[in-house]
Design a protein around this ligand. Structure first.
Ligand SMILES: Cc1ncc(COP(=O)(O)O)c(C=O)c1O
Length: 461
């Protein structure tokens, strides 16, 4: 079959070709075709993206929770260009100055004695690497039976074969990928709005959720458990912030049973919560931390896993200690150059602090919306990862009947107001770039507020 390439300036032809030839992740091709095709981007600057039809939108979830320094940063593009123009890739068993500098920078920025980094290309690979590192760590110490991984409902840790069964994201059903692997153990999350424990206070919820992890370790047999993995604050259910006692208790439990604690900081790392890392916010240092997205703000696909000296050191010594793990494109110097420049911008523009302050503003605006709109069941989150859970009934917390297409209605209203957020099942996620100003954030919140009001009117809420 001969396919004519669509011109890069012909919007209609591009959308048509996309509908025929492209898998657009996590979307339904027929549904996208009904909408005319995916948003084809023409340009992007700051917090805005402009589609080829000339419509401009606020990027309400930072691409996919990665565009921390905003769009259109020429200095990052230039850093990548300069790097690739000199050394464009490693050789086997080699490294480049940029990669080494980045690893040293991460040892500096991350809490505790997290010190040695393995680089990869994204969040799923980062978590794969963390899980493999944890299991290999135990094996090196002679603990060969530890292969199970405990994760929490409502979390998302990636879409590769080794990560997709972790957590439990309502938007990612696993029905196509049976059977569930034998190493996966899932427990309830410290979700104060919808807790599985019947807890009546946040402290009790935190305690019972931590104890659920201990119970799972005991039930499975401590000698079979390799690691607990979790995001310090999880995004899929709209910024679930655990009660303050939760992570310190989980840390203690892990230590008690020799289980490693892995933080998935793929979204929370590099400032989004108003602290450099979620670990800083919750006051707990993990043994291993996965990261991706915000390290380059998405200008180059980079992820990684950083381990404490204690974990990393078990892989040093004779050849038998080697950690047998790699990806061809690990530690790409272009990615390292992008990350170094991106982190320089985060520091220079004080974006971690901006995320904290704007996060407070966002929280106030969301609370206001909760007071005003009956369909708002809960508002939650911290920094620039927050969300609204919408419900049909505040008392029962029942969700709307899917046939009412409430999420699609909200998406349409937001798009009409120049905000690009595709609303999933029952959460409006709000996670703009960390550069957002007070006025821009107010504009974004006004659009969400008005969209809720309009949908309520349509539904007669
Ligand atoms: C917390 C978390 N972990 C892991 C991943 C997977 O990252 P990637 O899509 O880069 O593989 C994501 C992606 O959204 C994520 O949010």
């Amino acid at each position: 079959m001969t396919t004519t390439l669509p011109s890069s300036t012909d919007h209609a032809a591009l959308r048509d070709a996309a509908n025929r030839h492209l898998f657009v992740g996590m979307t339904n091709a027929a549904q996208l075709a009904e909408e005319g095709g995916p948003l084809v981007m023409q340009s992007a600057e700051g917090i805005h993206v402009t589609a080829m039809d000339g419509k401009r939108y606020i990027d309400g979830i930072s691409g996919m929770y990665f565009r921390n320094v905003g769009h259109g940063r020429e200095e990052i593009a230039k850093a990548i260009y300069d790097q690739l123009s000199s050394v464009s890739m490693n050789v086997y068993a080699g490294a480049t100055p940029a990669t080494i500098q980045l690893a040293a920078k991460l040892a500096d920025l991350t809490p505790g004695d997290l010190t040695r980094t393995f680089f990869c290309q994204g969040g799923s690979e980062a978590n794969e690497s963390s899980l493999k590192m944890a299991q290999a760590y135990h094996v090196r110490r002679g603990d060969t039976g530890r292969y199970k991984v405990i994760s929490r409902k409502g979390s998302y840790h990636g879409s590769t074969y080794g990560t997709m069964w972790l957590g439990g994201h309502p938007g990612f059903p696993r029905t196509d990928y049976q059977p569930k692997p034998a190493n996966v153990v899932t427990v309830s999350a410290p979700h104060t709005y919808r807790n599985d424990f019947g807890a009546t206070s946040p402290e009790q919820c935190g305690e019972l959720a931590a104890k659920a992890i201990e119970e799972a370790i005991l039930f499975e047999g401590p000698q079979s458990v390799s690691a607990v993995i979790g995001e310090p604050v999880s995004q899929p259910l709209g910024g679930v912030v655990p009660p303050a006692n939760y992570w310190p208790m989980v840390r203690e439990i892990c230590d008690k049973y020799g289980v490693l604690l892995i933080f998935d900081e793929v979204i929370t790392g590099f400032g989004r919560l108003g602290t450099w890392f979620g670990a800083d916010l919750v006051g707990v240092t993990p043994d291993i931390m996965s990261f991706a997205k915000g390290i380059t703000s998405g200008y180059f696909p980079v992820g990684g896993t950083i381990a404490t000296a204690e974990v990393a050191d078990v892989f040093s010594g004779g050849p038998e200690k080697t950690w047998s793990h790699m990806y061809t494109y690990s530690a790409h110097p272009g990615g390292a150059a992008a990350a170094l420049k991106n982190l320089e911008i985060v520091e220079r523009e004080n974006l971690v602090e901006n995320a904290r302050v704007r996060g407070e503003q966002l929280h106030e605006r969301l609370e206001e919306m909760k007071g005003k709109h009956r369909m708002v069941g809960d508002v939650r989150g911290v920094g620039l990862i927050q969300g609204i859970e919408f419900v049909a009934d505040r008392k029962t917390k029942e969700h709307f009947d899917p046939s009412l297409r409430v999420n699609a209605r909200l998406t349409e209203k937001l798009i009409a107001r120049g905000v690009w957020i595709r609303v999933p099942a029952y959460i409006v996620p709000i996670a703009p770039p960390l550069i957002i100003t007070a006025d821009e954030l107010d504009g974004l919140c006004d659009a969400v507020d008005e969209s809720l009001g309009e949908v309520e009117k349509e539904l007669g809420v």
